[in-house]
Design a protein around this ligand. Structure first.
Ligand SMILES: Cc1ncc(COP(=O)(O)O)c(C=O)c1O
Length: 398
């Protein structure tokens, strides 16, 4: 049976070129980079070369790049690390974080953790029907204790691109006024995990102070990512032990994976325009084909959307059931985010966009990758109506 993978927002396969670059670091150059001998030095050089590639990709300095096990860890470190730095035992004012109601769980659960421990107060910004944060809403909720604004760049469930540049401009303006009133600056973090492959992620253009990403969303392995944090920002490390990563992340570095991450970032730059054109065409084809099915709608329109993610709501059918029947036909899709699959709770993202729980249950996400073809999209467009029809016939009549 032909296998069609349309779940690239969940993860991607390691590309052949990335794998080739990683291979020597499993057996040939396996030294511990903390050791000063030749073996250790080879590994150290490899890490620093990957850091250089990441810095070039983000338009950052190498000292501003910290390798982690993925976006989740980078996000935890950014939020908890900043809160801990500003923690004062004798103060009754705890830091305030502004985030959006449609963030990935890595951000939402980190914020909830800080809230539970009474280490921070959190404001969750609403989104409009297209899943977009309104920049002006931030102005309304900023307080003297606001320490951090954390808004994702691209939403993983329906692809909305948030107005990151606009938000950073607003924060800069607010920070200017705060400086004159002797208040500390507000930092701006973005979870760029779903944006890296296709959008401009140069930190100076975006105006962000911190940025998180995960390698396995762009053809590097799972288990490696990074945090960009602007020069001058202090963080308290969240993993104690040795002095690795400039004392900010203890534990022997995962050299092959870090090398793979650097290579994958380099490849994005080489391939981006060509891949973008291809993916945009495939997405348009998929949307027009799927929308021909009765009572199916697109989540949040087509404006300000990442090229690789498209999400539909199918009336009267469970997303999980569609996903399973598609899988039987050799097609990988997702219902909401992969992290919430398995729990039959409606997606917090769709609820925040104003969809009713019964509508949200019918969510189906396709996410495209660089190797998908026109023929694969044709197959999906052919298979999906029959699956939906079958499930609708099976659904209990109320
Ligand atoms: C937007 C977003 N942020 C964070 C993450 C977490 O990435 P990881 O599980 O690799 O740490 C994901 C993964 O699905 C994501 O899509």
């Amino acid at each position: 049976m032909r296998r069609i993978y349309l779940d690239h927002a969940a993860t991607t396969a390691v590309s052949a070129e990335v794998l080739k670059t990683m291979k020597p670091y499993f057996r040939k150059h396996f030294g511990n980079p903390s050791e000063p001998h030749q073996w250790g030095r080879e590994s150290k050089v490899a890490i620093e070369q990957a850091r250089e590639k990441a810095a070039v990709f983000l338009g950052a300095k190498t000292s501003e790049i910290l390798f982690t096990s993925g976006a989740t860890e980078a996000i935890n470190l950014a939020h908890k690390g900043l809160v801990e730095v500003s923690y004062k035992e004798d103060s009754d004012k705890i830091p305030h974080i502004i985030t959006s109601s449609i963030e990935h769980k890595a951000v939402i659960e980190t914020c909830k953790h800080l809230e539970r421990l009474k280490l921070a107060k959190i404001t969750y910004l609403p989104v409009d029907k297209n899943g977009l944060v309104k920049t002006n809403d931030i102005k309304k909720v900023v307080k003297p204790e606001t320490l951090l604004v954390s808004v994702m760049y691209v939403n993983n469930e329906m692809g909305a691109i948030q107005p990151i540049k606009e938000i950073s401009k607003l924060i800069k303006k607010i920070n200017l006024a705060r400086f004159n009133s002797h208040l500390p600056p507000i930092y701006f973090h973005t979870d760029a995990t779903q944006a890296i492959q296709y959008l401009d992620c140069r930190v100076a253009e975006l105006g962000v102070d911190l940025l998180s990403l995960s390698g396995h969303k762009f053809y590097a392995p799972k288990g490696v990512g990074l945090l960009y944090f602007k020069k001058g920002i202090s963080l308290i490390r969240q993993q104690d032990g040795g002095e690795q990563e400039n004392h900010l992340r203890a534990g022997t570095e995962n050299i092959p994976y870090i090398v793979g991450l650097g290579k994958a970032l380099e490849l994005i730059t080489e391939d981006r325009q060509q891949t973008l054109r291809k993916i945009n065409n495939l997405k348009e084809k998929l949307i027009s084909g799927v929308l021909k099915i009765p009572e199916v709608k697109l989540v949040g329109g087509t404006e300000k959307k990442a090229p690789h993610i498209v999400s539909f709501l199918v009336k009267g059918v469970e997303g999980e059931a569609m996903m399973l029947l598609l899988s039987e036909k050799g097609i990988a899709a997702s219902s909401g985010s992969a992290c919430t699959s398995g729990l039959l709770e409606p997606s917090h993202v769709l609820l925040a966009m104003g969809y009713r729980p019964e509508e949200a249950h019918g969510s189906l996400r396709f996410s495209l990758g660089k190797d998908n073809t026109k023929e694969e999209i044709d197959d999906v467009i052919e298979a999906l109506p029959r699956i939906i029809e079958k499930l609708r016939k099976m659904a209990p009549k109320l």
